[in-house]
Design a protein around this ligand. Structure first.
Ligand SMILES: Cc1cc2nc3c(=O)[nH]c(=O)nc-3n(C[C@H](O)[C@H](O)[C@H](O)COP(=O)(O)OP(=O)(O)OC[C@H]3O[C@@H](n4cnc5c(N)ncnc54)[C@H](O)[C@@H]3O)c2cc1C
Length: 291
C-alpha cells in the first residue's frame, strides 16, 4: 500500500504556496482535491513514493463565471455545483456536459471536482469525453506562469496528462461555440455505478440553413488510452445536411479511428460495435435538442 509512505498533509491558501510545495516534494507530492480517486490510483499502484498530500480546497478555485471568453470553471468546482449552474442547465451547446455530469452517483458528485476528473486522465471517466466535444480548454499554473491546454492535447496516455513538473490545473474554460450548436453524451456501463465500457459525446454546429459547419465526435471508455476524436466520422458530417442516412454513414466510420482495449468489462470488438451505435444515438439526441 503506497499511501503508507505519506508523511505530510498541507492545505495551503495560496497558489504560490502550492507551487513551492510542488517544487520541494517533486514526484513525492500529490495534489488532492475531492479525494475520490486517490484510492483508485493507489489500487493501480500509481502512487508509489508519495510523501506529501497538497489539498487545494483553500485556493478559492470554486467559482463558475460566464465571461466573454466563455464559461470559466474553477478546478475545485464539484460535479454537483456545476450541475446547478444556469448555463450548464440551459445551453443547448452544452447538452453533452449536462448528460455526463449526471453519471457518477450522488455521493461522488458532491465531492468530485472538475479539475480532479480531468487531471486523473482516466480513460474510463465521462466528463473528459463530453468536455472534448465542446472544445474545453484546461487552465494550468506552474513555475513558468499560467497556460492554456486544449483538452485533446491534455490527455497524453493512460493515466498520464501533459502537465509538466510543478504544474497543476487551476480551471477549465468552455469557449463560445459557432452557429446553432448542440451536443449530447451517452454512456454504456455494466451497472449504474460502474465506469464506462464506452462513452460517446458529439457536437454539431449548424449554420442558418442547417448545414454542419463544425462537428465533433469523441469516444472514450477504453476505446484507446485517452478519449479520442473520431475524425473520419467528423469529416462525413462536415458541410452536410443532417439526414438520417448521413448520421448512419458518419457512425459507420467511428471504428476506423479506435484502438479499443479488451478487458474484464468488454472485448475490443464489442467496444467498437457499441461506439458506432452510441454515436448514431448521440447525434440524434443532439439534433433533437435543436428542435
Ligand atoms: C464510486 C465511484 C463512481 C464513479 N463514477 C463515475 C462516473 O460515472 N463517471 C465519471 O466520469 N467518473 C466517475 N468516478 C470518478 C470521479 O469522477 C473521480 O474520482 C473524480 O472526478 C476525481 O476528482 P477528485 O476531485 O475527487 O480528484 P482527486 O481524487 O482529489 O484526485 C484525482 C487525481 O487528480 C489529481 N488532481 C486533482 N486535482 C488536481 C488539480 N487541480 N491539478 C492537478 N492534479 C489534480 C490528483 O493528484 C490525483 O492524481 C467515480 C468514482 C467513484 C469512486
Amino acid at each position: 500500500m503506497s499511501l503508507a509512505s505519506v508523511k505530510e498533509y498541507f492545505a495551503p491558501d495560496g497558489t504560490e504556496k502550492v507551487l513551492e510545495l510542488l517544487e520541494t516534494y517533486g514526484d513525492g507530492a500529490l495534489i488532492v482535491a475531492g479525494g475520490s480517486f486517490v484510492h483508485g490510483l493507489d489500487a493501480r499502484d500509481l502512487l508509489t513514493g508519495v510523501e506529501a498530500l497538497i489539498d487545494i480546497q483553500n485556493l478559492g478555485l470554486g467559482q463558475i463565471t460566464l465571461e466573454a471568453a466563455g464559461l470559466s470553471i474553477g478546478a475545485t468546482v464539484t460535479f454537483s455545483e456545476l450541475r446547478q449552474d444556469n448555463e450548464i442547465q440551459t445551453a443547448t451547446a452544452l447538452g453533452a456536459v449536462r448528460d455526463a455530469l449526471n453519471c457518477p452517483p450522488l455521493q461522488i458528485r458532491n465531492v468530485a471536482t472538475i479539475g480532479g476528473n480531468i487531471a486523473a486522465a482516466c480513460p474510463y471517466f465521462d466528463l473528459p469525453t463530453a468536455l472534448m466535444s465542446v472544445d474545453g480548454v484546461v487552465q494550468a499554473c506552474g513555475p513558468d506562469g499560467t497556460r492554456e491546454i486544449e483538452m485533446q492535447a491534455f490527455f497524453s496516455s493512460l493515466f498520464q496528462n501533459s502537465l509538466v513538473a510543478g504544474e497543476f490545473v487551476t480551471g477549465l474554460l468552455l469557449p463560445p461555440l459557432p452557429g446553432r450548436s448542440s451536443s449530447a453524451f451517452i454512456k454504456l456501463e455494466t451497472n449504474a455505478n460502474d465506469l464506462a465500457i464506452v462513452n460517446v459525446a458529439v457536437r454539431v454546429s449548424l449554420d442558418e440553413s442547417g448545414i454542419c459547419q463544425q462537428a465533433r465526435v469523441v469516444v472514450g471508455g477504453g476505446v484507446a488510452e485517452t478519449p479520442i476524436r473520431a475524425t473520419a466520422a467528423e469529416t462525413v458530417l462536415q458541410g452536410e445536411r443532417m439526414t438520417d442516412e448521413l448520421l448512419q454513414s458518419a457512425s459507420a466510420e467511428v471504428p476506423s479511428d479506435l484502438q479499443p482495449m479488451s478487458d474484464h468489462r468488454a472485448s475490443a470488438a464489442y467496444r467498437s460495435a457499441v461506439a458506432k451505435t452510441l454515436t448514431k444515438r448521440a447525434l440524434a439526441r443532439a439534433l433533437a435538442r435543436l428542435d
